[in-house]
Write a protein that binds this ligand. Sequence first.
Ligand code: ZN
Ligand code: ZN
Length: 255
Amino acid sequence: MTPGCQQTFADRLDWLVDWLYPPRCRSCGARIHGRDAEYFCSVCWSHIQLVSHPLCTICGRPFPNASGDDHACGVCLERNPHFVRAHAWACYPREEMAEHPLRQVIQKFKYGRKVALGKPLGQLMARGCEEFLGQCHVEMIVPVPLHPKRLRWRGFNQSGLLARQISSVYNIPLDHFVLYRNKDTPPQTQLTEEDRRKNMRGAFALNPRKSITDKCLLLVDDVYTSGATVNECSRVLKQGGAGEIYVITLARAVY
Ligand SMILES: [Zn+2]
Ligand SMILES: [Zn+2]
């Protein structure tokens, strides 16, 4: 069989699979026409804003003004986070977050317990953050852990599933058991930034059986809001002797 025939056969097979199981937008559930749509319908895609320059060189917050260079934002200069750099695949405005397709798909994934969303969302994140991931020489991936009670209810750790895709695309080892969550923190959506930080204090502990001394680590989480969660994880990892810590999230809530 010539390569051309193989292509034709693969195309026909794709068409047949799409006909039997019409692909649906992962966020709103509308029919997707054509495989190029990549998981979302065109309406949902039009609302998803990929993170682009200029942005904060520490927390990765995109600046509203499209011109100018990257620089550290005022919040990072004041608070000096424990991680070196954070980056998100896409962002949504906090005031619109209830309606936003990216927020909705994350809610479905986490609270609708749609485990199957882990692969497509992780793939988007892994492929879409190539520039960032190419700049950090990470030795190990560490997902932000869930408290055992929440893990039992959900059945999976969403950050672990996203981390698995990054690990497989970039061939970086992944360890789910470096950090423990020993405090079941309530949802932080309604809290102020100060309360979020207080809420997270002491929420994580390092697994004493894991050696992370001088290792460059990549922390993975689903959403970056105030950065309180990933900053607390980074603090614990640094205290345990880790080297540089980078952070990657699927989404970022922006003000
Ligand atoms: Zn849609
Ligand atoms: Zn910043």
